[in-house]
Write a protein that binds this ligand. Sequence first.
Ligand SMILES: [Zn+2]
Length: 138
Amino acid sequence: MIKAKDKPPMRDLDDLFLALERSAFRRRFRLGPRERAYLAQHGMETVLAHAKEFVTRRLAPAQPTNDGRQTPMRGHPVFVAQHATATCCRGCLAKWHGIPQGRALSAGDMAHVLAVLRRWLQSQGNWPDVADVRLWDD
Ligand SMILES: [Zn+2]
Protein backbone atom coordinates (compact mmCIF):
# COMPACT_ATOMS: atom_id res chain seq x y z
CA MET A 1 0.00 0.00 0.00
CA ILE A 2 1.22 3.47 -0.83
CA LYS A 3 1.30 5.78 2.15
CA ALA A 4 0.39 9.43 1.74
CA LYS A 5 3.94 10.51 2.45
CA ASP A 6 5.29 8.22 -0.28
CA LYS A 7 2.95 9.53 -2.94
CA PRO A 8 4.63 11.60 -5.61
CA PRO A 9 3.80 15.16 -4.55
CA MET A 10 3.44 16.47 -8.08
CA ARG A 11 2.08 15.39 -11.34
CA ASP A 12 4.23 13.09 -13.44
CA LEU A 13 5.95 15.08 -16.19
CA ASP A 14 4.99 12.82 -19.10
CA ASP A 15 1.37 12.94 -18.02
CA LEU A 16 1.58 16.71 -17.59
CA PHE A 17 3.08 17.30 -21.04
CA LEU A 18 0.41 15.14 -22.68
CA ALA A 19 -2.28 17.19 -20.96
CA LEU A 20 -0.62 20.46 -22.01
CA GLU A 21 -0.56 19.25 -25.62
CA ARG A 22 -4.31 18.69 -25.42
CA SER A 23 -4.94 22.26 -24.27
CA ALA A 24 -5.65 24.57 -27.21
CA PHE A 25 -4.62 27.51 -25.03
CA ARG A 26 -1.33 26.09 -23.72
CA ARG A 27 -0.10 24.55 -26.95
CA ARG A 28 -0.29 27.78 -28.93
CA PHE A 29 2.68 29.16 -26.99
CA ARG A 30 5.90 28.92 -28.98
CA LEU A 31 9.18 30.73 -28.74
CA GLY A 32 9.15 33.71 -31.10
CA PRO A 33 12.19 34.91 -33.05
CA ARG A 34 13.17 37.27 -30.27
CA GLU A 35 13.07 34.64 -27.51
CA ARG A 36 14.83 32.15 -29.76
CA ALA A 37 17.61 34.65 -30.47
CA TYR A 38 17.90 35.35 -26.76
CA LEU A 39 18.24 31.66 -25.99
CA ALA A 40 20.80 31.17 -28.75
CA GLN A 41 22.82 34.14 -27.54
CA HIS A 42 22.76 33.48 -23.81
CA GLY A 43 22.52 29.70 -23.74
CA MET A 44 20.18 27.33 -21.93
CA GLU A 45 22.06 27.35 -18.64
CA THR A 46 21.81 31.12 -18.28
CA VAL A 47 18.17 31.11 -19.30
CA LEU A 48 17.44 28.44 -16.69
CA ALA A 49 19.29 30.49 -14.07
CA HIS A 50 16.87 33.30 -14.93
CA ALA A 51 14.01 30.83 -14.57
CA LYS A 52 15.18 30.10 -11.04
CA GLU A 53 15.21 33.84 -10.26
CA PHE A 54 11.75 34.42 -11.73
CA VAL A 55 10.27 31.46 -9.90
CA THR A 56 11.91 32.48 -6.63
CA ARG A 57 10.73 36.08 -6.82
CA ARG A 58 7.38 35.86 -8.58
CA LEU A 59 5.94 32.44 -7.71
CA ALA A 60 7.56 31.09 -4.57
CA PRO A 61 6.08 33.45 -1.93
CA ALA A 62 2.90 32.31 -0.21
CA GLN A 63 1.16 35.44 -1.56
CA PRO A 64 2.99 36.53 -4.73
CA THR A 65 2.60 40.15 -5.82
CA ASN A 66 -0.02 40.56 -8.58
CA ASP A 67 -0.66 36.84 -8.62
CA GLY A 68 -2.29 35.89 -11.92
CA ARG A 69 -0.63 38.78 -13.75
CA GLN A 70 3.01 38.43 -12.71
CA THR A 71 4.25 36.74 -15.89
CA PRO A 72 4.52 38.77 -19.11
CA MET A 73 3.34 37.05 -22.29
CA ARG A 74 6.65 37.52 -24.11
CA GLY A 75 10.07 39.14 -23.94
CA HIS A 76 11.99 36.30 -22.28
CA PRO A 77 11.99 32.60 -23.24
CA VAL A 78 11.06 31.66 -19.68
CA PHE A 79 7.91 33.81 -19.71
CA VAL A 80 6.66 31.98 -22.80
CA ALA A 81 7.63 28.65 -21.24
CA GLN A 82 5.68 29.53 -18.10
CA HIS A 83 2.48 30.18 -20.03
CA ALA A 84 3.00 27.08 -22.17
CA THR A 85 3.43 24.89 -19.08
CA ALA A 86 0.92 26.52 -16.71
CA THR A 87 3.67 27.62 -14.33
CA CYS A 88 2.74 31.29 -14.81
CA CYS A 89 0.91 31.91 -11.52
CA ARG A 90 -0.18 30.14 -8.37
CA GLY A 91 -3.69 29.51 -9.71
CA CYS A 92 -2.27 27.60 -12.68
CA LEU A 93 0.23 25.79 -10.46
CA ALA A 94 -2.65 24.63 -8.27
CA LYS A 95 -4.91 23.62 -11.15
CA TRP A 96 -2.32 21.93 -13.37
CA HIS A 97 0.42 20.82 -11.02
CA GLY A 98 -1.35 20.11 -7.76
CA ILE A 99 0.73 22.66 -5.85
CA PRO A 100 -1.59 24.37 -3.35
CA GLN A 101 -1.96 28.13 -3.17
CA GLY A 102 -1.48 30.11 0.03
CA ARG A 103 1.85 28.65 1.09
CA ALA A 104 5.41 29.25 -0.06
CA LEU A 105 6.78 26.82 -2.63
CA SER A 106 8.92 24.07 -1.11
CA ALA A 107 12.29 23.11 -2.56
CA GLY A 108 10.55 20.11 -4.14
CA ASP A 109 7.95 22.37 -5.78
CA MET A 110 10.72 24.62 -7.09
CA ALA A 111 12.62 21.65 -8.51
CA HIS A 112 9.43 20.46 -10.22
CA VAL A 113 8.69 23.86 -11.80
CA LEU A 114 12.27 24.24 -13.02
CA ALA A 115 12.28 20.71 -14.47
CA VAL A 116 9.05 21.50 -16.32
CA LEU A 117 10.46 24.75 -17.72
CA ARG A 118 13.68 23.06 -18.78
CA ARG A 119 11.83 20.27 -20.55
CA TRP A 120 9.58 22.68 -22.44
CA LEU A 121 12.46 24.97 -23.45
CA GLN A 122 14.51 21.99 -24.65
CA SER A 123 11.54 20.81 -26.69
CA GLN A 124 11.58 24.09 -28.62
CA GLY A 125 14.70 23.45 -30.66
CA ASN A 126 17.95 21.59 -30.95
CA TRP A 127 19.51 23.10 -27.88
CA PRO A 128 22.38 21.28 -26.25
CA ASP A 129 21.07 19.21 -23.36
CA VAL A 130 21.81 20.66 -19.94
CA ALA A 131 21.31 19.39 -16.43
CA ASP A 132 18.51 20.54 -14.16
CA VAL A 133 19.18 23.79 -12.37
CA ARG A 134 20.81 23.32 -9.01
CA LEU A 135 18.75 24.78 -6.24
CA TRP A 136 21.62 24.86 -3.80
CA ASP A 137 25.36 25.31 -4.04
CA ASP A 138 27.09 22.47 -2.28
ZN1 LIG B 1 -1.42 31.32 -14.67
